[in-house]
Write a protein that binds this ligand. Structure first.
Ligand code: GDP
Ligand code: MG
Length: 438
């Protein structure tokens, strides 16, 4: 992955001083390749690298991060910014039902995602959606909408193969009469953009005045997705994008290119064929995905915010001397608790790191127990856990109202953590290991 390549590039650089221009150039060469591999268009990559170079050169290498992490962090921040805000919502009507018009090429996922989005709106905002069959050319399209509507128990309005504008009008009346406060128009698509299709969509737009025109694009189609976005936006004017099929192996570079090409926000992403597989768009997650970094960056940021540099230094020192005590462990537990939802943090850690992070250690109740046990120890015991014999363990267990097995479990976890931090501080994750401490 990118992080290994970057680490390789920066092997000779220690975590001190400033990033020089040649360091940054070497590092960003890898980033550039990663972006191109992720299907970001050439021009976007070029502009982006130029911007990031400016920011990286001369920036201080933070004590807590390796130079590679530092560059990835800056790259990630810039990528996130380029993809826009994370709380893009769809517009709502001030009066009457909100009308969302779904447009896009054939096979992009309009019909499926009409239903998915309707389901999401009902689930998250308590909306009462109505789906409308405006793709009138193939009877199968109407049936498909009915099927997905039925699966989610969402009503579908159809008038067979009539005039889409007329159908949309009737559907709005129906929605008003039946208390549906959001209406999704499933429109026709073609394999390629053509004038006839655009005219029909423009016609619907001008007659119905939808509050939101949402373009559905298939993330797997790379540059074609970008071309489609540009064409639809120029001809019709779109308000946002729903990027589908992100469950595939597409790295999502299309998200970045589409945003750069049209300036329109990605609002939702489709992550699977099942009808609940839709999410709000999170630019920071997408940035990590494009870089192939898992949610590592989010973790680095969280850790940075919460961790006191001095404490990190002290801990590193202790680890070097192999003198990690239970008092440090207690500090670490408290530090981790401050970082927020622990299971969420564990899930952000990439690959093996995430796995070696024993879930029982981050269980909140377990942590409360661990704290109670350590607090029942004398200072001498905390500093020298090896003196904990059977009678001391009995006393400690009694002191905190737990059992000797609980004390043993804690000591085991402590030992495991010592092993893990040792391995981490030795490896490339120098700063991270210190920050985590468990
Ligand atoms: P339309 O022609 O634009 O209406 O596209 P459809 O809604 O018929 O979708 C085309 C195909 O893509 C269907 O087989 C869907 O199940 C599938 N599809 C839609 N969204 C997703 C997604 O997010 N992930 C995956 N894997 N498949 C999807
Ligand atoms: Mg369809």
């Amino acid at each position: 992955g990118l992080s290994e390549k970057l680490n390789e590039t920066f092997k000779r650089l220690r975590g001190k001083g400033r990033l020089t221009e040649s360091d940054v150039k070497a590092g960003l060469r890898e980033v550039r390749l990663a972006l191109l591999e992720a299907d970001v268009s050439y021009k976007v990559v070029k502009d982006f690298i130029a911007k990031v170079t400016d920011r990286c050169v001369g920036s201080d290498v933070l004590e807590s991060l390796t130079p590679a992490q530092q560059i990835v962090k800056i790259v990630n921040q810039e990528l996130t910014e380029l993809m826009g805000g994370s709380n893009a919502r769809i517009a709502t009507a001030s009066k009457g039902p909100t009308v969302v018009m779904m447009v896009g090429l054939q096979g992009a996922g309009k019909t499926t995602n009409c239903a998915k989005l309707a389901g999401l709106m009902r689930r998250q905002y308590g909306k009462r959606p109505l789906l409308v069959a405006c793709d009138v050319y193939r009877p199968a399209a109407i049936t498909q909408l009915q099927v997905v509507g039925q699966q989610l128990d969402i009503p579908v309005f159809e008038m067979g193969q009539g005039d889409p504008v007329q159908i949309a009008r009737e559907a709005l009346k129906y929605a008003s009469d039946h208390g549906n406060d959001i209406v999704f128009l499933d429109t026709a698509g073609r394999l390629h953009i053509d004038e006839q299709l655009m005219d029909e969509l423009k016609n619907i737009k001008e007659s119905i005045h939808p509050h939101e025109i949402l373009l559905v694009v298939d993330a797997m189609t790379g540059q074609d997705a970008v071309n489609a976005a540009t064409a639809f936006d120029e001809a019709l004017g779109i308000d946002g994008v729903l990027l589908t099929k992100l469950d595939g192996d597409a790295r999502g570079g299309a998200a970045l290119s589409i945003r750069a090409a049209t300036g329109k926000p990605i609002k939702f992403v489709g992550t699977g064929e099942k009808l609940d597989m839709i999410e709000l768009f999170h630019p920071e997650r997408m940035a990590s995905r494009i870089l192939g970094m898992g949610d590592m960056l989010t973790f680095i940021e969280k850790a940075e915010q919460q961790y006191d540099e001095k404490q990190a230094k002290k801990l590193e020192e202790k680890l070097r001397k192999n003198r990690l005590t239970l008092s440090d462990y207690l500090d670490q537990l408290e530090q981790l608790q401050k970082m927020g939802d622990l299971s969420q943090i564990a899930s952000m850690l990439p690959g093996n790191l995430g796995k070696s992070f024993d879930a029982s250690q981050i269980d909140e109740k377990q942590m409360a127990h661990s704290k109670a046990i350590i607090q029942s120890m004398t200072v001498k015991e905390r500093e020298n856990p090896q003196i904990l014999n059977a009678s001391r363990k009995r006393r400690i267990a009694a002191g905190c109202g737990l059992e000797v097995v609980d004390v043993n479990r804690l000591l085991k976890a402590f030992e495991a953590m010592q092993q893990m931090t040792k391995a981490m501080t030795k490896g490339k994750m120098r700063g991270m290991g210190a920050m985590m401490g468990g």
